[in-house]
Ligand binder design. Structure first.
Ligand code: AMP
Length: 143
């Protein structure tokens, strides 16, 4: 299975934010949308960074309440690993495990076209394993 299938099922809309917004605004956006990370837009359809709840925790641990009014760009990860629609789910799992992150923006020609989270991947892996088990049970019952 590739990322294209996941995007087709969940949709291609991604919550994005401008880098000059404050950390406080980003926190409210994450809470309102019930998500764990937001892609920071470069203003031209591409990616300037990603800000996840872990970055917010680190910002608060090092700056305390003074972090709230600072631009979120000060705390985002600018060097973002991305994948394409053609990337396999196995490769997504490897990228997430090696990079120690749970979100992977999907890009095509430098433009953001979707986002895959670890939850999306786990959901499909569980469905695939259950389908395999069912096929085994059917095979054994028929035999
Ligand atoms: P996460 O596990 O996705 O909440 O993110 C953990 C850390 O990795 C945070 O510092 C994020 O900014 C960073 N991060 C999340 N996704 C990516 C990604 N695709 N590429 C690079 N860093 C990322």
């Amino acid at each position: 299975m590739t990322v294209a299938r996941i995007i087709a099922e969940k949709g291609s809309s991604v919550v994005t934010v401008q880098p000059d917004r404050t950390l406080d605004q980003a926190i409210h956006l994450l809470a309102e949308k019930r998500i764990g990370a937001v892609v920071v837009s470069d203003g031209h359809g591409g990616i300037a960074g990603i800000l996840s709840e872990r970055d917010i925790m680190r910002a608060l641990a090092s700056h305390g309440g003074a972090a709230f009014d600072q631009p979120l760009a000060n705390f985002m990860t600018a060097n973002v690993t991305t994948c394409t629609r053609q990337t396999s789910v196995e490769d997504v799992m490897e990228l997430m495990t090696e990079g120690r992150f749970r979100h992977l923006p999907v890009c095509e020609n430098g433009k953001l076209v979707g986002l895959v989270s670890i939850g999306d991947v786990v959901k499909r892996r569980i469905a695939a394993v259950e389908a395999e088990h069912q096929a085994m049970r059917d095979y054994i019952t028929m035999a």
